[in-house]
Design a binder for this molecule. Structure first.
Ligand code: AMP
Length: 280
């Protein structure tokens, strides 16, 4: 495995391999790698000759009062995880190499970046789209892998690829959960043991919602049931509960057959997101 910090160096390496006819898969991450990330790597290794994993805590996707500074950065462990999972290139750019001092071009989704997480994190998806577009241009992958855990991000990236004619297949990978049902996340390290147990209430609420949807209950009733359940979490505070079309995140009516139930909940001081796709 090659560890590369410089964008131009990665691009040169990839150019040579692509000339040889090799296919490239990209897995963008912010590090503190867990089994959720590993599932993306495995899928990329399966489908491509070369797998590039980026580990980069992207400052422009964090708001002013968010956790950019304290975001976990266990570099040595992340290197080992990538090595163990047959990653070919680990790309760990520095802020300086990615954003020079004249940096001034951003990519902004003018529609679905304003809802759900975009309400409390108004510049988040602009930061995500911009860095992902840069990674696409640097790594030039045929396929890029995103977790359905960040369902809004996945949908926005698919929209960006369509809108800006990136010739890249976006592969969505299922949510990997702890045995308890808690969706794996690098931010789970902020939770106390007690909060981890309490946070399983989120998954339980989503399972209940899925069942109610399958039974034909109304959107309004499902939302109320989820709300009632999540409010039982001690120190739980709901940021949002949204039921939306799973293809494009537009608002749904009772006649919709493919929906995603997405929630953001603060457990103590830790903001967690989770979702479940439901069909009937
Ligand atoms: P992050 O490092 O949190 O920015 O995540 C990098 C990628 O891993 C994103 O595409 C996430 O959606 C994905 N990911 C994170 N957690 C999980 C999980 N529990 N299951 C599946 N994918 C995940």
């Amino acid at each position: 495995m090659k560890i590369i910090n410089n964008p131009e160096e990665l691009r040169k390496n990839i150019e040579i391999l692509k000339k040889e006819g090799k296919t490239v898969g990209l897995v963008p991450t912010m590090g503190a790698l867990h089994y959720g990330h590993i599932s993306l790597m495995k899928q990329s290794v399966l489908q491509n000759d070369i797998t590039v994993v980026s580990v980069y805590v992207n400052p422009i996707q964090f708001g002013p009062n968010e956790d950019y500074e304290r975001y976990p950065r266990p570099i040595e462990k992340d290197i080992q995880v990538c090595q163990d999972n047959k990653v070919d290139f680990l790309f760990m750019p520095t802020n300086e190499t990615l954003y020079n001092k004249n940096f001034s071009t951003y990519i902004y989704n003018n529609n679905i970046s304003k809802i759900m997480c975009g309400v409390t994190r108004p510049t988040h998806f602009q930061g995500v789209c911009t860095v992902v577009a840069k990674l696409f241009n640097i790594a030039m992958p045929q396929r890029a892998y995103f977790g359905l855990k960040d369902y809004q991000q996945y949908t926005i990236i698919r929209q960006m690829v369509e809108d800006l004619n990136f010739n890249i297949e976006i592969v969505g990978c299922p949510i990997v959960r702890e045995e308890s049902g808690l969706a794996m996340s690098s931010r789970n390290t902020y939770l106390s043991q007690e909060e981890k147990v309490q946070a399983t209430g989120i998954y339980k609420s989503l399972c209940l919602a899925k069942q109610l949807f399958a039974e034909g209950k109304s959107i309004k009733d499902i939302k109320s049931a989820v709300e009632e359940n999540i409010l039982k979490i001690p120190n739980g505070k709901i940021d949002y509960i949204e039921l939306r079309n799973s293809q494009n995140l537009r608002e749904v009516t009772d006649s919709d057959k493919n929906i995603v139930i997405a929630v953001a909940v603060k457990v103590g001081n830790v903001r967690l997101i989770d979702n479940m796709v439901c069909e009937k």
